[in-house]
Design a protein around this ligand. Structure first.
Ligand SMILES: [Zn+2]
Length: 302
């Protein structure tokens, strides 16, 4: 997970530019929710999905998977309410707690959800279907106490101490300060305290360390990076420059799994032997996955 650096003012400006009048219609719905004390009716958040898709460089906010771009891309993304709009269901259930060997204590957000944030654009990210539907669902694990602060997000955060990281914004801890990578595996960056717990809960909650599609993608990434680290040291100056261009690109926010790439490249700079050990693990994972596929070479049999 990486930070999506945008100020609240910039975010609302982007929304107004994309869908003029949306903010006013959203505010009207929030006033209705305040009167009725719950979320009712149809949501209009899908209309602004494109703003978040572009801001997030067409990647899932939570797992950093790359997703589609262009006119047919919408279908891949869900607009996810960080604080659920109409109810909060407890996490983890007994099966999940056992499976993930969870030993920490978790509380849960307001049981009736956060209807005043249903149309708050600062409560949205776009995510892949896996992160949103089966995993995030209506859960909202916290370390504090459920708050009735309504639409005051700063007070809600102070009261509730959310355990999931929220990547959009330019204040507070960046997700990468809290979650780093040991090779392909995400791990908490801090040794102890609330920030370590937030990292561990976020990793467990979205199963960032377990999902095959994420582990495979990171293994491919590490192999690609290692090959370019080697190429950057040998061959013609043009070949070396091409390899360096790829290494620079891999550090950018637009790159899939950029957090993993940055952690690996930083490790290589400080401890190349350890980076090589992670590369070899990744290479073995890749080669074991579908042995036939990688032995066949470039041309698939027809
Ligand atoms: Zn995802």
């Amino acid at each position: 997970m990486i930070r999506i650096p945008v100020t609240p003012q910039e975010l609302t400006r982007l929304i107004e530019r994309e869908v003029p009048g949306w903010l006013e219609r959203a505010a009207r719905r929030t006033r209705q929710a305040r009167q009725r004390k719950r979320f009712t009716g149809e949501g209009i958040w899908s209309e602004v999905k494109g703003v978040y898709m572009a801001l997030q460089h067409h990647k899932c906010a939570y797992c950093e998977r790359p997703m589609a771009e262009g006119s047919h891309a919408n279908i891949e993304y869900d607009v996810e309410h960080f604080r659920p709009k109409s109810r909060v269901t407890p996490w983890p259930d007994a099966k999940t707690a056992k499976e993930l060997r969870i030993r920490y204590k978790v509380r849960n957000g307001a049981a009736k959800g956060y209807p005043l944030l249903a149309h708050d654009p600062h409560n949205y990210v776009v995510t892949c279907k896996v992160c949103n539907s089966p995993l995030k669902a209506d859960h909202f694990p916290i370390d504090g106490t459920p708050s009735e602060a309504g639409s005051d997000r700063a007070k809600l955060d102070a009261d509730e101490k959310p355990l999931l990281l929220f990547p959009i914004g330019s204040t507070g801890s960046s997700p990468e300060e809290l979650i780093t990578f040991e090779g392909i595996l995400p791990v908490p960056a801090k040794r102890s305290g609330h920030d370590r717990k937030r990292a561990q809960v976020t990793i467990d909650f979205f199963r960032l360390h377990l999902r095959t599609e994420l582990r495979d993608a990171r293994a491919h990434l590490l192999v690609m990076l290692w090959n370019n680290l080697e190429r950057a040291q040998q061959g013609s100056s043009e070949q070396r420059q091409r390899a360096r261009d790829v290494l620079v690109a891999a550090r950018q926010n637009f790159f899939p799994h950029a957090a993993c790439a940055r952690a690996f490249l930083d490790l290589y700079a400080r401890d190349p032997a350890k980076a090589e050990a992670y590369y070899l693990e990744a290479q073995r994972l890749m080669a074991r996955k579908e042995p036939g596929l990688y032995k066949r070479g470039a041309a698939p049999r027809s």
